[in-house]
Design a protein. Sequence first.
Length: 83
Amino acid sequence: MVNDQIENFLSQKKIDKTPVQIYFKTRSSILGLFIQTGDYLELKTKNYWRIVSEANIEEYKKSNDINLTRIFNGVEFTRLVAV
């Protein structure tokens, strides 16, 4: 997916606090939370997205620890579904 498609999905669904099922071309899907940090705009222009996986969402909500996130390339996404 291109960054405009992903950004459009995120803005329409108001996904900043809702987990999203993310499907990939070459790996299993994950449930994750898209995170907006200080580098959000820079990453977005390069089609990279900071995501907290399902296993770390509760801990992230308590601590806002950026080390619980991973950066994914949006080119690898095939579909996004709000949960």
